[in-house]
Design a binder for this molecule. Structure first.
Ligand code: PBG
Length: 334
């Protein structure tokens, strides 16, 4: 005789209970985004009278001085935590003279935003020579054509003084030269610029995801940066880079890019004794915008999910080209 079929006993433990309603999900969410943790990277280009769109980064432009002021003011009004500026000069030379010239495009923009916004935001500058050199490398070259680490440090020291004097609150050395944080700190301290901080690009990889950025800064680089930026195959050396930068005086550290380096970010968050940031770079932005343009992905959800996952992995601060838009949406959503 067959006994009647009964449903098998269900599981007693049901994690789905906490996912049932939006209110339950909201209450148990472990990661929340706040506008103040977002940093907006911005490009200022010399010699243009209208903002210039960047084709591979739909919605991002190279700014004129006026459009930069407007966009910066909007970002601050939206609650964005800070602004990271990049300069695109008209004239380039082997040593990147425009980077240290007080009349150079980036230094003038810093001074103008400082005058406009004062201490209402955190004003930051990318401290690197690649936008200013005619060969497009992040440092000066030896006669043989390799990047000369120690000669580059002297240029970074001068650049640090120029940017701090122009009004930057934090400087972002991003060239991956050995000793760059110590060189920048020493130069600032020598000039008694003791309140200017260092937001170090500490774990920075030689990444294909910087592709659209090359368009954004009209890069002249031929070749690659693999002799100074990190090999994507390596995880442990990021611990070394981060520890060195903190020992040399970094006030904040950054992992870059973000999405392919969440393991590195988690390592950094577990050990760093200073705030940790991650940079959702141009290629990460471009991939999502391209998929959206094809109707392949939900834009708002993709933006939210990627930035949330970067925060979840350990970044307290996220640099993202969507900062203003995201800050506005977060404010509306409460
Ligand atoms: C170096 C610098 C780069 C980026 C930020 N700082 C380019 C590079 O290292 O090749 C890339 C940012 C992005 O892709 O959004 N000045």
């Amino acid at each position: 005789m067959n006994s009647p079929r009964t449903a098998p006993p269900g599981p007693a433990i049901r994690p789905r209970r906490l996912r049932r309603t939006p209110a339950l999900r909201r209450m148990v969410a472990q990661t929340r985004l706040h506008p103040a943790e977002l940093v907006l990277p911005m490009f200022i280009r010399e010699g243009i009278t209208e903002p210039a769109p960047i084709a591979s980064m739909p919605g991002v432009v190279q700014h004129t001085p006026d459009s930069l002021r407007v966009a910066a003011t909007e970002a601050v009004a939206a609650g964005v935590g800070g602004l990271m500026l990049f300069g695109v000069p008209t004239h380039r030379d082997p040593v990147g003279s425009g980077a240290t010239d007080p009349a150079g495009v980036l230094n003038v923009a810093l001074a103008s935003l400082k005058a406009e916004l004062g201490d209402a935001t955190v004003l930051m500058a990318d401290l690197c020579l690649d936008e200013f050199t005619d060969h497009g490398h992040c440092g000066v070259l030896t006669p043989a054509g390799t990047v000369d680490n120690d000669a580059t440090l002297l240029r970074y020291a001068e650049m640090a003084i120029a940017q701090a004097t122009a009004g930057a609150d934090l400087l972002g050395p991003s060239g991956m030269m050995d000793g760059q944080v110590a060189a920048v700190r020493a130069a600032l301290d020598d000039e008694n610029l003791i309140d200017t901080g260092i937001f170090a690009y500490s774990a920075k990889y030689a990444s294909s995801f910087y592709g659209p950025f090359r368009e954004a800064v009209d890069s002249t680089l031929t070749g690659d940066r693999r002799s100074y930026q990190q090999d994507p195959a390596n995880r442990t050396e990021s611990r070394r880079e981060v520890a060195l930068d903190i020992a040399e005086g970094a006030d904040l550290v950054m992992v870059k890019p973000a999405m392919s380096y969440l393991d590195v970010l988690a390592d950094t968050a577990a050990t760093a004794t200073v705030p940790v940031a991650a940079y959702q770079v141009s290629g990460e932005y471009a991939m999502i915008e391209a998929a959206v343009a094809n109707g392949w992905i939900d834009r708002d959800r993709a933006i939210m999910e990627t930035v949330t996952s970067i925060r979840r992995a350990g970044a307290q601060i996220v640099l993202t080209y969507w900062a203003t838009e995201l800050a506005r949406n977060l404010t509306v959503a409460g």
